[in-house]
Write a protein that binds this ligand. Structure first.
Ligand code: FAD
Ligand code: DLZ
Length: 508
């Protein structure tokens, strides 16, 4: 009897576990655009279009490889509206009694498949370099789960960027070379862009019709939507941007949205690229003398280290991870995250580019929108839902540890040993935003003082009991304590005024 092989929108790899287990001669592949997946958060229209277009093209690829694929479009009148509903419908049509599925990247959907009234075999997603068991073996018994040590083990284990038993270039980590401020000029035109073909155009029309009021610009749409295009995007990055990736990894520029970043996370996370091939492409560039070690090591660390590590944390911590709120922050997400006007130039630019591109690079996510939410005391669950919705690469397994853990410290310090907070000085050093800002980054108080400066101390003051004994923060508290009493109360009062005005809907 045939079985149904489920392929989800972020499982678009021919070697995904369920397809490896399936038999094209007797099994039927099920792929479905469903309302449940398209609406559990209000995804950016570009994200929905990317997933649907890539799904449609992948279905064609599977058919060409000999599979029978039952594909349901979102506007198919028979569409059951959920993944489980579609499986039930196709089970009835085909007489299949069993489903083979690859473990989804969100607990929400894992639970839905577990409760689906069909026999569902869930196979581990082995498109990662560390299995669940491998990560747990590393994590077991450790007091602190620091990424750096996991990363070194992964380097040894995979042989990536190794010279025998030693790290290539003589050091595990070249991060201290990777903190250059924004360059005056960027020497690349950014990621490779693809003109929409007929499949993509049809999806763009569908998304425009079905999701007219979701936050975000649908067009122009230029993402890769199949494996060959994604591979070309990777090669373009390696040739054009990788050599400077390390130097300007933490920089931000008012007039450049991508700098030397790869813009491949959406392809990796959807399965169009595999982590090992991406790391190998970077390593090859170093061995060929095309890119320096600081760039290549920094890049490989993001994928072999951070990407694998955050996935390990998400699955180890369990479904309640996204509900955590260790700091008890409870402010509603300010309207400026949805494009309401703000005079803070760095925030306005990060949100504007998020709206246009469904993309922002790491430092924008961490040190601008993430930093502001944390300083302002926003409810981390609201922050999490925003990030999950607005970025084309966002699935909970990778988004939640980055937001709940790294950015909002809502997991109480599992991922970060101290909160990623900074005053305006950091943003000023790493970007040119402050030059065009209505606020003055050098003003600490008074009319026009940078809100990041005020909120920084407000955050530290209100969370003092938790952080003052953190050795990495003690010096900061000493600086605060050395300020005279009047100055401290002015800072706190002005910060509170700012928050009150923002809550009241004023443009801040
Ligand atoms: P590059 O800067 O060129 O890095 C190369 C690759 O490394 C990325 O494509 C990505 O696969 C990987 N990578 C880098 N940093 C991380 C990281 N911290 N965690 C996991 N992988 C990483 N990444 C996502 O893929 N999805 C998300 O939903 C997501 N949400 C984030 C939310 C916050 C608050 C923060 C601080 C980071 C988040 N990241 C997320 C990580 C990172 O910002 C993105 O992976 C990166 O910006 C993607 O752009 P890029 O491909 O140009 O990356
Ligand atoms: C993100 C997404 C969207 C928007 N739509 C679909 C869909 O209609 N069908 C589908 O199979 N997958 C979709 N996805 C990706 C899933 O939400 C993703 O597989 C889960 O969140 C688990 O990572």
């Amino acid at each position: 009897m045939s079985r149904l092989i489920l392929v989800l929108g972020d499982q678009l790899s021919e070697n995904v576990a369920a397809l490896k287990e399936g038999d094209p001669a007797r099994d039927v592949v099920v792929m479905a655009e469903v309302r449940d997946e398209a609406t559990y958060v209000r995804h950016h229209p570009k994200k929905i279009a990317f997933v649907f277009a890539a799904m449609r093209k992948f279905a064609d690829r599977l058919r060409a490889a000999g599979w029978e694929v039952r594909y349901t479009a979102l506007d198919d009148p028979e569409n059951a509206g959920s993944i489980c509903g579609e499986l039930l419908r196709h089970a009835e049509e085909t007489g299949a009694a069993e489903v083979v599925a690859t473990e989804p990247g969100e607990w929400r959907l894992i639970e839905a498949l577990r409760h689906c009234p069909l026999k569902v075999h869930l196979l581990e997603d082995d498109r990662f370099l560390a299995s669940h068991a491998r990560f747990d073996r590393w994590a077991e018994g450790r007091r602190a789960l620091r990424m750096e040590y996991f990363y070194r083990e992964m380097r040894r284990e995979t042989g990536l960027l190794m010279e025998g038993r030693d790290p290539a270039g003589g050091k595990w980590n070249f991060d201290h070379e990777n903190r250059k401020p924004a360059p005056e000029e960027v020497t690349t035109d950014g990621p490779l862009r693809f003109a929409p073909d007929a499949t993509v155009e049809a999806v763009l029309d569908l998304v425009a019709r079905e999701f007219p009021s979701n936050f975000g610009q649908l067009r122009p749409f230029w993402f890769a939507t199949d494996r060959d295009q994604a591979r070309a995007a990777l090669e373009h990055f390696v040739a054009e941007a990788l050599p400077r990736f390390g130097d300007y990894q933490d920089a931000m520029l008012d007039g450049d949205r991508f700098l030397y970043h790869a813009v491949i996370s959406l392809y990796l996370n959807a399965g169009l690229l595999a982590p090992r091939e991406v790391c190998e492409a970077a390593e090859d560039a170093w061995r060929a003398g095309h890119a320096p070690i600081n760039a290549v090591e920094g890049f490989i660390r993001q994928i072999l280290g951070w990407r694998e590590y955050v996935r390990g944390i998400y699955f180890r911590e369990g479904p309640d991870y996204v509900q955590r709120n260790a700091l008890g922050q409870d402010r509603d997400l300010p309207a400026l995250y949805w494009g309401a006007e703000t005079r803070m130039r760095c925030v306005a630019k990060a949100v504007e580019q998020t709206r246009d591109e469904a993309y922002a690079h790491h430092i924008q996510r961490l040190m601008v929108t993430g930093n502001f939410a944390l300083l302002a005391g926003v409810d981390p669950h609201e922050v999490h839902e925003w990030y999950l919705a607005v970025y084309a690469d966002a699935y909970e397994w990778v988004e939640a540890p980055n937001v709940i853990g790294m950015s909002q410290f809502a997991d109480g310090g599992i991922i970060a040993s101290k909160p990623y907070v900074s005053s305006g000085a950091y943003i000023s050093r790493m970007s040119d935003h402050c030059r065009a800002c209505a606020y003055s980054v050098t003003k600490k108080t008074g009319n026009g003082a940078c809100p990041f400066n005020l909120l920084y101390w407000h955050f530290l003051d209100r969370h003092r009991p938790r952080f003052e004994r953190n050795p990495r923060m003690a010096q900061t508290y000493r600086t605060w304590d050395r300020m005279d009493e009047d100055r401290r109360s002015t800072v706190l009062k002005e910060a509170q005024d700012f928050l009150d005005r923002m809550d009241a809907g004023e443009t801040v």
